[in-house]
Ligand binder design. Structure first.
Ligand code: GLN
Length: 255
């Protein structure tokens, strides 16, 4: 079995070491004996919808998003839409997440049109507005497990009816600091504000995405458990920094 990952804009959208998410997917898949291939697609480079099982987009500030947005729509858009419709996983973080929605209105300058893969819109209230910064703990809506991370965004995201939140905010701001939603999911497309990077500290979520990504070509796959004591300790420590005391046996998978 093999897993093919396509990392979009690895040099442009890579805040807070977001590429660590790709490294985590690669290692966790390899530890299960999978062959893993990582493709990269930069500005101007088209992607083949059938060439990857999982597409990853990291975060970036408004300046980088201004470069990525037109490329995402014109050069990669139709392939990503086709891949997602066919069951490929798309995971986008922060700036990348905002660009998967219909539009992002930056602090200043023109509105950036997004891909519309997720039914949401993001508005930055302006350069003087308070940024939503800090450690964040989220309860995953699908399984009730915890996701921990760090967020830093000016944009406020509101979901439409065709996107479900990824989770509910336990501590932190999430999509907009008001409705306690965090992230968005539609089919196999995921968006989130969580850096950390996200996946090294939320090993169960990394595995969930690997299983989902493998499903399209390999059917239902079960991954052998790994010893995640270290990852779980890191998650508990991250939750504690957000002011949330987590008991491993309640909030996180068993070590
Ligand atoms: N520029 C966006 C915002 O501030 C995204 C920032 C990020 O990716 N951390 O809302």
């Amino acid at each position: 079995m093999d897993l093919r990952i396509c990392h979009l804009y690895p040099d442009l959208l890579n805040l807070y070491g977001d590429r660590g998410n790709v490294a985590t997917l690669v290692r966790r898949a390899q530890w299960r004996g999978l062959d893993v291939h990582v493709l990269e697609a930069r500005l101007g480079e088209a992607v083949d919808p059938g060439a990857a099982d999982l597409f990853f987009i990291g975060g970036g500030e408004d300046r980088q998003q201004r470069l990525a947005a037109p490329d995402l729509r014109a050069v990669k858009g139709s392939a990503l839409r086709e891949a997602a419709a066919d069951g490929a996983v798309v995971l986008a973080v922060c700036g990348g997440y905002q660009l998967l929605g219909h539009a992002y209105r930056p602090a200043d300058g023109p509105v950036l049109e997004g891909l519309g893969l997720l039914d949401l819109e993001t508005v930055h209230p302006g350069p003087g507005a308070r940024r939503l910064i800090g450690n964040i703990v989220v309860r995953d809506l699908a399984g009730g497990r915890l996701l921990v991370g760090f967020e830093n965004h000016g944009g406020r995201t509101r979901l439409g009816s065709a996107a479900a939140p990824l989770g509910t905010v336990v501590a932190g701001f999430g999509n907009n600091g008001e409705d306690r939603t965090e992230g968005a999911v539609a089919g196999t497309v995921y968006g989130t504000y969580l850096h950390g990077p996200l996946l090294p500290k939320n090993a169960w979520f990394a595995d969930q995405l690997i299983v989902l990504a493998l499903r399209r070509r390999w059917g239902d796959v079960t991954l052998a458990p790994l010893s995640d004591a270290e990852e779980d300790r890191a998650a508990v420590a991250a939750a504690a920094r957000a002011g949330v005391r987590v008991r491993l046996d309640l909030g996180l998978p068993d070590p």
